[in-house]
Design a binder for this molecule. Structure first.
Ligand code: APR
Ligand code: PHB
Length: 388
């Protein structure tokens, strides 16, 4: 039997950042990951960081590339009824957000962990945890070479995303869930963004979002019905729909080759408690938000920013009090982000046949763009400065 202080399941942003923060405080960990390194580094995910997320990465010495390549945005555009309105976050809440793709953060984290001599076991199978209610929980898996491994830990961190195994090891779970009748079709296109800041567009045909990745790469999304197959969306059909939903006199949406396209279902999901015995959950393993509020990655980072010092205080200094209150403190932020993501989602997505809903959405959008207090409410939630 091998031994470590913290066994970490999952090499996404949550697991990798946790390992890094623990190492900075002298706590050792083992990270195990189902997928290959290449797969983890290439998966296209979110890309919008709250200032607090940037600060966490910077304080951990992880922002060398982020500080050069990240693109700071001081607001967003909300488009509806043929008008485009700007919300100025600097003016409203003195905050900004930063565009830097999750996949780049994962690359930076993996590089940093390996440079520090950390072992990350990629391409493993058969992950399981046992004895999490004892003082010696065990993490088991089969490594890439096919060897069965068992690691005795002080603590196990389930950072294995929504489809992981950790959550199932928590008994008596109470889960809260909302499914939405639509999905997002996301593309990455090799074309300079047609906008300086993100455009969230309400349209009778469905929501659309223009995001950016780099000065030469655009990220765009279209609302499509839940269960839609990507095969029925040719590149031509995608651009045609994007053109229609973003259309504004005097403004042009530039088109370019589509490098990737995929459809992601949308749901809100919160699983409680986030701890059982010596098993702690963080990130998507415990909660999922629809992407409209751009909170998924930021929540994974804010969970870990609470969990790492809690584990350090317990394992290094013998003080379990922060670990005891971790679930409660993390869930307050989780629920704030869950509410905000749900609110943005229901304000912006078309519900076919529900004309009453459309009128409520338009009224809400007019209010948010005309009332400073309403705009501040959106801005402090979007930028992550809302008290939880
Ligand atoms: N054993 C080991 N690893 C596993 C297992 C398993 N049984 N199951 C899943 N994993 C791995 C996945 O392959 C993935 O690399 O756990 C990792 C979880 O990473 P993420 O899904 O990125 O979750 P998290 O680190 O919490 O980050 C949340 O990711 O999904 C986005 O929008 C979400 O931006 C948010 C962020
Ligand atoms: C993204 O850039 O991928 C992105 C940005 C904002 C969102 C969702 C996704 O609300």
């Amino acid at each position: 039997m091998e031994r470590t202080q913290v066994g970490i399941i999952g090499a996404g942003p949550a697991g990798l950042l946790l390992s890094h923060l623990l190492a900075l405080a002298g706590i050792e960990s083992v990270v195990v990951e189902l997928r290959s390194r290449q797969h983890c580094e290439q998966r296209q995910r979110a890309g919008l960081l709250e200032a607090g997320t940037v600060a966490t990465l910077r304080d951990a010495g992880l922002a060398k590339r982020l500080d050069v390549e990240g693109i700071e945005h001081g607001g967003i555009y909300l488009q509806y009824a043929g008008e485009r309105h700007h919300l100025d976050f600097r003016d409203l809440v003195d905050r900004t957000v930063t565009i830097y793709a999750q996949t780049e953060i994962v690359k930076d984290l993996i590089a940093a962990r390996l440079a520090a001599g950390q072992r990350i076991d990629f391409s493993i199978t058969d992950t399981s945890v046992s004895d999490v209610d004892s003082s010696r929980p065990v993490l088991r898996y089969v490594d890439e070479a096919g060897a069965a491994r068992a690691v005795e830990c002080d603590v196990i961190a389930g950072c294995d995303g929504f489809h992981g195994i950790s959550r199932a090891a928590v008994p008596d779970v109470v889960a809260y869930e909302r499914a939405y009748p639509f999905s997002w079709l996301g593309i990455i296109a090799d074309v300079a963004p047609s906008t300086d800041e993100l455009i969230y567009a309400h349209h009778p045909d469905g929501f659309a979002l223009h995001s950016v990745r780099t000065p030469h790469v655009s990220r765009l999304y279209l609302q499509v019905p839940a269960g839609e197959a990507i095969g029925s969306w040719s590149d031509e059909r995608i651009w045609e729909n994007l053109q229609k939903r973003f259309a504004l006199p005097g403004w042009t949406l530039r088109e370019g080759p589509i490098r990737e396209k995929a459809i992601t279902p949308m749901r809100s999901f919160v699983s409680t408690p986030m701890r059982y015995g010596r098993l702690f959950l963080a990130g998507d393993a415990a909660h999922i938000v629809p992407p409209t509020g751009a909170k998924g990655l930021n929540l994974a980072v804010s969970d870990v920013a609470l969990l790492a010092p809690a584990l350090v205080a317990w394992l290094r200094d013998g003080d379990p009090s922060l670990a005891d209150t971790y679930p409660e403190r993390a869930l307050r932020r989780v629920w704030r982000a869950t509410h905000f993501s749900w609110w943005m989602t229901q304000m912006l997505h078309a519900v076919p046949g529900d004309a009453f809903n459309t009128q409520l959405q338009l009224s809400q959008l007019r209010y948010v763009t005309a009332s400073r207090p309403a705009a501040v409410t959106l801005a402090e939630n979007y930028t992550g400065s809302a008290p939880a």
